[in-house]
Design a protein around this ligand. Structure first.
Ligand SMILES: NC(=O)c1ccc[n+]([C@@H]2O[C@H](COP(=O)([O-])OP(=O)(O)OC[C@H]3O[C@@H](n4cnc5c(N)ncnc54)[C@H](OP(=O)(O)O)[C@@H]3O)[C@@H](O)[C@H]2O)c1
Length: 376
């Protein structure tokens, strides 16, 4: 296993971290297949992984309990344990103490090594900041209940920079892979935090698994290239190629995946990819991006819809399904993460949007198609 310094901290973490969000289950998401999951975590630690990332809500609240069990028998001492404050459940200062105490109990430990404000975006940041989360986090460090204090992030670059500039963070966690160089914090955010010495933990290095199983046309491109690597190896080496990245978390869901990713991690080096190989990955990125069924540029000229339909988001989610030839996450997002009025089937067919669309898209017809494809 290779290890890297976590930014300015005097800590060395394994380049591969274990994301405790995608364990094998028996039936529903909250019923983790305990023997298998424990075997996977311990196998990874026995082979050099020293960073395990869980969160309050993963697997319906069961992930922290499972991780606590897996880290018994001496494994806790070999591991930097990371978990996150579910900021959406915090409405007053005392909630932070209550949630952290609950997490310490679930994890059966007396401290968390890396504690994150979970999934910050503009709204969560504003709320948690005004509730005094930063002072609270520093106080928890003084008390020894947490060692390092950071945040994970899902919003735009501007918000990311603002959060980075507000506090002398120990570390941060961003979504980063070769498809997301201009998405959320992206490459600019990575370099911005890196320059300040803030250790960076990457999540979704395989874009939640979608880069591991590319559609046929992209797979063919990969196979034609003279350097033979699996899609997973290309994607992970690309992430580790960046000097700013301390560890890449993978939410591995089988022991075979753990074994494969451990082998790939042994090859991880900064600047290991040649200029030609980086250009090849850019070609792969463009091939994914070219798989776009609705020619929406996300300019938002069509908005606001008088009935509240979020037209660009509907098209974006649909295009994600086409791009990766994988409808699981898009369907989930459409049916669970969008408000009812924002969904495509709330279109009242007034057609105002079509008069404003610079691409001349038949929006009403397309929204019907989106709903048919994405609704459960
Ligand atoms: N803080 C946050 O807001 C946040 C958000 C997202 C994630 N995270 C954390 O970051 C971690 C990493 O994100 P992620 O789970 O999305 O990582 P990821 O590595 O992008 O995706 C994990 C998925 O990739 C596939 N995979 C992994 N290794 C593979 C291999 N060798 N061969 C084939 N497929 C492979 C598996 O998909 P299949 O199961 O489909 O095979 C696995 O479930 C999470 O587990 C979680 O701990 C945090």
């Amino acid at each position: 296993m290779k290890y890297r310094k976590m930014g300015k901290l005097d800590v060395k973490v394994s380049v591969l971290g274990f994301g405790a969000m995608r364990f094998p289950t028996v039936g529903e998401e909250s019923r983790i297949d305990e023997p298998k999951a424990i075997e996977m975590i311990r196998y990874a630690i026995d082979h050099g992984v020293n960073y395990v990332d869980t969160a309050y809500g993963y697997h319906g609240g069961q992930s922290e309990i499972l991780v606590g069990k897996a880290l018994k028998n001496g494994y806790r001492e070999k591991t930097y344990l990371a978990t996150k404050l579910p900021v959406w459940l915090v409405n007053k200062k005392e909630d932070m103490d209550r949630l952290l105490n609950e997490q310490l109990k679930k994890l059966d430990t007396d401290h968390i090594d890396f504690y994150l404000l979970h999934a910050l975006n503009k709204d969560f940041w504003q709320k948690i900041y005004s509730l005094g989360a930063i002072e609270w986090g520093e106080k928890m460090k003084e008390k020894g209940l947490i060692r390092y204090f950071g945040f994970s992030f899902h919003d735009d670059l501007e918000t990311f920079k603002k959060i980075i500039d507000t506090h002398d963070w120990d570390f941060c966690q961003i979504q980063y892979n070769y498809m997301d160089i201009e998405y959320q914090a992206g490459k600019e955010g990575l370099e911005y935090a890196g320059k300040k010495g803030i250790g960076i933990i990457v999540m979704e290095p395989l874009r939640g698994g979608r880069l591991a199983r590319p559609p046929k046309d992209v797979q063919e491109l990969l196979e034609k290239y003279p350097v033979k690597r699996s899609p997973v190896e290309w994607a992970l080496l690309w992430v580790w190629n960046h000097p700013e990245v301390s560890t890449a978390l993978s939410g591995m869901s089988t022991l075979e995946q753990v074994k494969e990713n451990l082998e790939i991690a042994d090859k991880a080096e900064v600047n290991i990819l040649t200029q030609e190989e980086l250009e090849f990955i850019e070609k792969i990125r463009l091939a994914f991006l070219g798989r776009k069924a609705i020619d929406c540029t996300q300019c938002r000229y069509c908005m606001p819809c008088p009935y509240g339909v979020d037209i660009p988001r509907n098209f974006y989610i649909y295009n994600e399904g086409i791009r990766y030839d994988d409808w699981g996450a898009p369907k989930w997002e459409y049916n669970n993460a969008m408000k009812i009025e924002e969904r495509a089937n709330n279109c009242q067919k007034c057609g105002i949007c079509e008069t404003k669309c610079p691409q001349g898209l038949p929006i009403r017809e397309l929204l019907e198609m989106v709903h048919k494809t994405l609704s459960y």
